[in-house]
Structure formats: C-alpha cells, structure tokens
Design a protein around this ligand. Structure first.
Ligand SMILES: Cc1cc2nc3c(=O)[nH]c(=O)nc-3n(C[C@H](O)[C@H](O)[C@H](O)COP(=O)(O)OP(=O)(O)OC[C@H]3O[C@@H](n4cnc5c(N)ncnc54)[C@H](O)[C@@H]3O)c2cc1C
Length: 335
C-alpha cells in the first residue's frame, strides 16, 4: 500500500492552497482530484477587497469596481470605494498546479470513495488503498471525508446561476426576500460571461421556487437567457470544527462558507493555509478572524430566515447603511 505524510482529497481552491503551503516542507504529499480538469465549479467567482490580502491581483478579471445594491426599487452604491471583482478560477488553480507539479504527487481524475479513519487509509474508486499520517478533506460541500467522520450537515443553501454570454458592466445585488429567501440575486461580470444567480437557505424557499423566481426576474428585466448555461449546487455552511485528530476539513467540506453571503473562496484559502500551519506545527491562527466574521454574519441570518422578521431586518439594515459610520463598520464585518 502506498503511504503519504499528507493526503489531500480535492484539487479545488482549499486543497491546492493547503498543498502549496506544505510543498516546501520535507513531507510527502498527495492531492487526489476526481475531475480530469481543474476549476469545473459552479461559482460566480466574486471576491471583495479584503480577499485581496490572499489573492494576487493578477487573477482578477477586472480591477475592483463599485457595488450597487437594489432594495425596493431604490438603488445605492455601496461606499465610494471600489470593493468587488471576480477571479479567473481556472487560471488561479492552474498557477497553483504548475507550482506544485514537481514538488508533490497528483492523482487527477481519481475519485476517493471511502475513508477508514481508524486505519488512516483512503480508498479510491479503482479499489486502490493509500495510507496517510494526515488527511485533509478539501472535497467540497458533499465531502466524502466529512461523511466518514460522521459529521452531519444541517445548514444547507442552494446556489444557482445562469452564465449569460454577455458582458454586463456593473456588479449588482438585489435584496428581495419575497423572491430570494434568506439570500439575494447577484449580477457578477466574469471575463466571457456574466453570472446572474441567486442563493438561499433551503428552509426559506424550495430550489424549484427559487429557480422559477430567477427565471421570472430575468424575463421581467428583459435579459435573454435562452443561450445561457444553467448551473446549481448545494452549499454546506454547517461548521462543526476543522480538526479531528489527524483528519482536517477545509473550505466547503468544513462548512466554512458564509451562509449569509455565499462567500466561500476566501474561507477556502484561509482554511487551506491554517491546516498547513497546523500540520507543520506553526502556532499561527489565521482562521479565527474568519470564524468570528462568519458567526456574526450568521447571527444576522437568524432574522433573515424568519418570514416575520426578514423585512424588518432588511429595511433596518438598509437605513443604517445610508449612514457612513454604519456602512464602514458593516463593510469591515463582511468583506
Ligand atoms: C452558484 C454559486 C455561486 C457562488 N458564488 C461565489 C462567489 O461569488 N464568491 C465566493 O467567494 N464563493 C462563491 N461560491 C462558493 C464557492 O464556489 C465555494 O465556497 C468554493 O469554491 C469552495 O472551495 P473548496 O475548495 O472548499 O471546494 P470546491 O471548490 O468544491 O473544490 C472541491 C474539489 O474536490 C473535488 N472532489 C470532490 N469530491 C471528491 C472525491 N470524492 N474525490 C476526489 N476529489 C473530490 C472536486 O472535484 C473539487 O475540485 C458560490 C457557490 C455557488 C454554488
């Protein structure tokens, strides 16, 4: 049986970030990715100004732009500063891959189907078994590693979008709790398309109704989506820790995405780095800031998930946001 010091399941953002941060050590590292090509992920790819602490600017599709928020037929531009853009996920991951190629082992196009925590072994679809000293589950919201640890996932969102083959200029968010549940509708330009989509906790609205409302919004706004690719995915935001003995969970597998914003790229990167630090015995706690932000954001969701409180919470927040002091603090909280 093959043996590695660290086996990372998943060659997404969290997995490759973790691998990169371990790759200069003497540890023998393996990344197993089920897809034949990297970056095939349902995502609007939105990143905000704070994320650029960890994402080099060269991977942005555009320089940062201003964000327009729409609420009840009113619109306002969030802050005078440019705060949002999208990343080119494929280029970002390929850059990691090129860096890692000569330093670690990669099994691309191989699926992990089981983990035996007591034997410190993973099993591939081909039947091959590989043993490890440390295992990192960076395998997304439907994580096989999380399942094998016996962790439930009770906080679930559905995210869906159309990739409209047209370049919209503005980054926009539409707050409309009647149609988009605990979430919102976004318009996020990427390089060759614009992602127009929405997401919500499934307790607030069914995926079918959400899709119906997204289609109606596009029709009402005269946006042709007949040629657009539709994609949807479940998101687990049920965080229950990331370290379980010699097994770690990173990014969506750990439920680290923000249930309030659907922001998952930044926590995927931070958790990948944190786990590498833990494995290398470094004391640095870079994940804690995100955990505090996530907790606060999800306290706000308590109101958004309740029909009676949702409208009050949204209109109160919008009123407060028009005051500069609150806007600055709110942005610090979420970005
Ligand atoms: C519609 C939608 C829009 C979104 N928009 C945004 C946004 O604008 N901004 C933002 O920050 N976040 C957004 N997100 C969330 C974001 O995409 C994720 O949080 C982020 O990609 C998480 O990265 P990850 O590396 O943890 O997981 P993933 O990107 O899911 O990577 C997991 C990897 O593991 C592999 N894998 C899975 N199972 C196995 C297995 N059994 N064996 C081997 N490999 C396996 C997968 O193929 C994949 O490559 C959005 C999500 C959705 C659904």
């Amino acid at each position: 049986m093959k043996y590695y010091d660290v086996v990372i399941v998943g060659g997404g953002i969290a997995g490759l970030e973790c691998a990169r941060n371990l790759s200069n050590s003497k540890l023998k590292i393996l990344v197993v990715e089920k897809n034949k090509s990297l970056g095939e992920k349902v995502c609007a790819n939105g990143v905000t100004i704070g994320d650029l602490r960890l994402i080099p600017k060269k991977f942005l599709n555009f320089p940062l732009r201003k964000l327009t928020i729409h609420y009840r037929n009113k619109k306002f531009i969030l802050s005078n500063h440019a705060i949002i853009s999208t990343i080119n996920r494929k280029e970002f991951l390929l850059n990691h891959l090129n860096y890692l190629k000569s330093k670690i082992d990669l099994l691309i196009g191989k699926k992990v189907v089981d983990v035996l925590p007591k034997d410190s072994t993973i099993i591939l679809e081909s039947g091959e078994e590989i043993s490890f000293k440390f295992l990192v589950g960076a395998d997304g919201s439907c994580s096989v590693v999380r399942r094998c640890l016996g962790l439930p996932s009770e906080k679930i969102e559905i995210g869906m979008h159309y990739k409209i083959p047209k370049n919209f200029k503005n980054f926009e968010i539409f707050l409309d709790s009647a149609n988009f549940g605990s979430g919102y509708l976004w318009v996020f330009p990427n390089k060759s398309y614009t992602s127009i989509g929405c997401g919500s906790d499934i307790e607030c609205i069914s995926p079918k109704k959400l899709k119906f409302n997204l289609d109606s919004w596009l029709e009402d706004n005269g946006i042709d989506f007949s040629d657009a690719k539709f994609e949807a995915a479940m998101l687990n935001y049920d965080y229950r820790g990331y370290k379980f003995g010699n097994i770690f969970l990173a990014g969506d597998a750990a439920g680290l995405i923000s249930g309030f914003l659907g922001k998952g790229i930044y926590p995927a990167i931070v958790s990948g780095k944190q786990i590498a630090n833990d494995i290398l015995g470094n004391k640095c706690r870079i994940l804690d800031i995100w955990l505090r932000k996530k907790k606060l954001q999800e306290k706000f969701m308590f109101f958004l998930k309740r029909n009676a409180l949702r409208k009050i919470a949204l209109s109160a927040s919008i009123k407060l946001m028009s005051i500069n002091f609150f806007q600055r603090n709110f942005l610090n909280l979420i970005l």
